[in-house]
Design a protein around this ligand. Sequence first.
Ligand SMILES: C[S@@+](CC[C@H](N)C(=O)[O-])C[C@H]1O[C@@H](n2cnc3c(N)ncnc32)[C@H](O)[C@@H]1O
Length: 481
Amino acid sequence: MSCSLDEFLSKHGLKITQNPISHRTITTINPIRAGTTIVKSYPLAAFPLPTYEKELCNQCLKNTKLQACSACKKAYYCSTICQKQAWFTQHKFICKKQQHPKYENVVEGAELDEEMLRRVALLISSFQCSHNNRLGDSKLNKVCDILPKEMNITLLIEVFETLQSHKESHPHHTLLYIDKLVSYLCRFGCNNFTIHDKQMFGIGEGTYPIGSLFNHSCRPNAVVMYDGNVQIVRCIEDVNAGEEIAIAYLDVVHPRKKRREILREKYFFECHCRKCGDDDKIIDGKSITTRGFQDIYVIEKIDVIMEKELNDSLDVSDHKQRIVSELENLKKHFGDHELIEKPPILFFLTNLVLSSILPQLDNRFENYIQAFDTLLNSIHFYLSSSSSDFPSVLNPFSIDTLPIVASSFYEFEKKQEWNDAVSVGKIVLAIYLIAYPRFHPMIGWQLFRLGQCMSKCVKDDDIGGGKMREETLVILRHAKR
Ligand SMILES: C[S@@+](CC[C@H](N)C(=O)[O-])C[C@H]1O[C@@H](n2cnc3c(N)ncnc32)[C@H](O)[C@@H]1O
């Protein structure tokens, strides 16, 4: 049974409030505990990315046994129910076209946007009926003015013609409802989501009317997850009644400058969230100790340390001897290459982060903050004086480091080289612990994978297994939460 948007939201303990900066905002009526699912909703349109179109159902995006549409052989479905739903909402209009050579190789990027637009337009037309709002040429041109620049007018003409022919063969059926289409197009770029699997790999695109009501924060209190094409918004922090629920529109691991660029270009706003907003006041690492650690900005300060790349002035003090000798060993092993200066400091800081933060993962927020406090103090200690004989260009835990260590982790894991996988997997976890909020699924997922690699090591090497077994149990226990 259908209900109004307000009714739908209130059933889920949510309501829309207005604010002058971000306009509509979703706030919670009741307090919500971290880990709670706030709302589940279906897309207006969704489809798998071209690389997954033979692996995922074209309608529900479930990964199961599929059968191709017998006419075009391009769209794959998991059941007759999905095939029928797809047929009536959009596929019957494009099935013939799918057989055209133009569709042989659907490309990524702008063409995915076109596909989304086509599907949404067809869907709107299936639901709306208004003879007065028929899409005429002059209106068509106006609509084209607001299309993203990568799209061309031929797409809209194509959609329009499809609808016209549809109207001729089914006189009682609906016509494109111009106002709905215009309002959708105005928000087009802002309202599309990348659908990801449980490992957070992008597998599809979708337009979600409920999901797109949530505003952005670079330090979100909720995350978006998927089960097939069902979008799930889940809280990752405790939220008080009346507070806004915000998700991240981008990967918050990006440095502030990059985040701002993306938000400006794709979503047309300047971010003043709790992570970005206070950045200007924190000039360098030294100001950190004088400001104290009582508040939420502790976590943000760690981001600031990373983002301002203060690591080039790292002083390793007590640990200098150990690190310099590790460095010498590595040089002997690999030769004098600039990249080899990174690993020792990465491993060193990884241990620092894991030993400070990991034990606090189960604790309530205050203790967790306290752990960051301790960590910050330690980092500050290394920052407080500089060392001339230590390599100056060290940039551990930066946005550039993450893809390198993450991809080596996947490689080692694939090749079943468990010891190496554990070493780099820990670095990935340390970066995630700093960059993502505590209950973020990326942290859970990394704990789980790292725990699996560690248990393989324990099996392979029973001699040094005692400490490793203990560590593995801690990691897996956290992963299960
Ligand atoms: C997907 S919509 C979110 C819902 C939107 N506030 C509304 O009224 O429908 C995205 C748009 O909301 C606004 N927005 C989202 N998060 C914001 C933020 N943190 N600060 C300012 N504007 C924001 C921007 O205009 C952005 O393009």
